[in-house]
Design a protein around this ligand. Structure first.
Ligand code: NAP
Length: 548
């Protein structure tokens, strides 16, 4: 799929039934919605993007919590489709912080003149398919409606924040925030008694930052995660030209790796090398920037229990070396899952934070938070007083953003009902019974270094739509067989992966959202295999899509 498609003169798509307001409505103006708008507009489609926020950026608009930054190399994360965009933007750090990423996405929106087709402050409440008209009616929570042929969800896998189910949350008299709904106005921690609840990738970044200025910081940790050093650094102006010259190589590498990151696994087993060699290899990885220790490790550390145990022991030793108080160190070492089987938070002096006299770690597993009070919170053992409580308690991941919208397909069937037993999709982009609906970063698609997967999906969807327009096709759905086939592929791809034996957002578990059972939430196979499968479908004239 080349970008020459952008030159396509296009034309209006055929209409059946009463008038359409738009050819396409895209829900969400994050990384995927922005590129899908650009791509489809270039093909001549009349497109409207509906965005709940007041600006572009999606994840990078909402998650403006202190310390938010990339865990993927900035230059591997940016849009790759436009050489002019790549040439015009300089990343200041190898792992850029949220304000810079938000600026970057605004720069893209300006450069591609995207805003004229985006309606901000417009939260979509419902999207109903109308059989006779072969059209979607997308309704905002204000009641405004838009009728269109195609509806594309660009609503993100981590965009429905969840608050803990603890009584009394409304009673707290101090300031409180969820990290995923952080205010735009600056928030000061100076001189304040701050609590952070949650120690996922978000909590870890928040804690590092808050600990710098808070009078006291109390961290409520339920289950610890295995974290590894980020090793961030500035990119000097002198380095920029050489970095930009490497863009083709960088994106080629991302196309070749399992999860689109720059890091490639070592072909050896952790068990076939000598103890000295293994230790030296892990030492190197631990001291390198980024996800190398997770994505660039021995080939078997995520599938072989012994290899994973050895790696976990190595990282546990590091934690014990870095945290002075042995009891605190033990609390910070996960005991219920191995290294890398949940998303690895990357950190900058996270463990050292717990050596500071103003920081305390509370084990919220053995002494859960029982109640939020006007003055703070209570565990079974102790009452705490705080000026501020920060909830870094995560998201109703992958399907949560869909559940928040009343989506109804053919015959009025709801998507929620269709996915009652877990999501079922074709290639993670289509759902049987929901014609002319495409999903970007929906369930069962390749995730990993997400913009790389997004660009692929956006281009694939644009190609299907162009195929339809060129043939006067007004209806596209997938078949039960195709869905069953893809669901089985997703299941098989996850077989043997230790990460699928662990509760996390990746396996669909979020107790705050009432989701306690593991489901087949994401495609956990290789992105290379995913794209090959999608390419084969396209090359066969979209054999598993039923057109009319
Ligand atoms: P998360 O990984 O789901 O973590 C939520 C945390 O809140 C967990 O530690 C959880 O504990 C805790 N929690 C929830 N309810 C609680 C309660 N009632 N009492 C005590 N603790 C409670 O969510 P996240 O940290 O927001 O991260 C989600 C994903 O976003 C990441 O995995 C990553 O993919 C992405 N992310 C990316 C970046 C980046 O690229 N730089 C940064 C941040 C996040 P339990 O584990 O016990 O449930």
């Amino acid at each position: 799929m080349s970008d020459t498609a952008l030159q396509d003169p296009g034309g209006p798509i055929p209409s059946s039934g009463s008038a359409l307001d738009y050819d396409v409505v895209i829900v969400g103006a994050g990384i995927s919605g922005m590129y899908q708008l650009h791509k489809l507009r270039g093909l001549g489609f009349k497109v409207l993007v509906l965005e709940a926020g007041t600006g572009v950026g999606g994840t990078w608009y909402w998650n403006r919590y202190p310390g938010a930054r990339f865990d993927s190399e900035s230059y591997s994360y940016a849009y790759s489709f436009d050489p002019e965009l790549l040439a015009a933007w300089n990343w200041s750090e190898h792992f850029a912080a949220q304000p810079e990423t938000e600026r970057y996405l605004n720069f893209v929106a300006d450069k591609l003149d995207l805003r004229r087709d985006i309606r901000f402050s417009s939260r979509v409440a419902a999207a109903h398919y109308e059989d006779a008209g072969r059209a979607w009616t997308v309704t905002l929570d204000s009641g405004e409606r838009y009728r269109c042929r195609f509806m594309i969800t660009a609503i993100g896998p981590l965009s429905a924040p969840t608050m803990p189910r603890i009584p009394g949350i409304e009673d707290f008299k101090g300031q409180s925030f969820h990290t995923g709904l952080w205010p735009k106005e600056p928030v000061s921690f100076e001189g304040k008694r701050v609590a952070v609840v949650g120690t996922g990738a978000t909590g870890v970044q928040t804690i590092q930052e808050v600990a710098k200025t808070a009078k006291t910081l109390t961290v409520f940790q339920r289950r610890p995660n295995w974290c590894a050093p980020l090793h961030n650094a500035k990119i000097s102006p002198e380095e920029q030209p050489a970095l930009k010259a490497r863009y083709p190589e960088i994106f080629q590498r991302c196309r070749e790796t399992f999860a689109c990151f720059l890091h490639t696994p070592d072909p050896r087993s952790a068990l076939e090398v000598s103890d000295t060699e293994r230790e030296a290899f892990w030492e190197r990885r631990y001291n390198e920037p980024g996800f190398g220790i997770w994505q660039g490790n021995f080939r078997d550390v995520m599938i072989d229990r012994t290899a994973n145990r050895m790696l976990s022991d190595f990282v546990a030793r590091k934690i014990r070396e870095r945290v002075k108080d042995p009891k605190t160190a033990e609390l910070l070492i996960p005991k219920d899952h191995g290294f890398g089987t949940r998303r690895v938070p990357l950190e900058t002096k996270y463990y050292e934070v717990f050596n500071q006299p103003n920081v305390r770690l509370v084990d919220a597993l053995s002494t859960p938070i029982e109640r939020i009070t006007p003055a703070g919170l209570e565990t079974g053992e102790e009452a705490f007083e705080f000026d501020m409580i920060i909830y870094a308690t995560g998201f109703d991941a992958i399907t949560g953003s869909f559940d928040r919208i009343d989506i109804r397909g053919e015959g009025g069937k709801t998507l929620k009902e269709r996915w009652k037993g877990g999501p079922e999709t074709f290639l993670g982009m289509m759902v049987e019974g929901f014609p002319n609906m495409f999903m970007l970063v929906g369930p069962h698609t390749a995730l990993g270094n997400i913009p790389r997967s997004i660009e692929y999906n956006v281009e694939w969807v644009a190609d299907v739509m162009r195929h339809m327009r060129d043939r006067d096709i007004t209806y596209a759905t997938t078949t039960p067989e195709a869905v069953a086939g893809w669901t089985e592929t997703v299941r098989k791809a996850g077989e043997g992966l230790l990460s699928n034996e662990v509760d996390s957002w990746m396996t669909g578990v979020n107790r705050n959202a009432g989701k306690t059972e593991r489901i087949l939430a994401r495609y956990s196979g290789s992105a290379v295999a995913y794209r090959a499968r999608c390419d084969a479908v396209a090359a066969a004239g979209y054999s598993e899509i039923r057109f009319d």
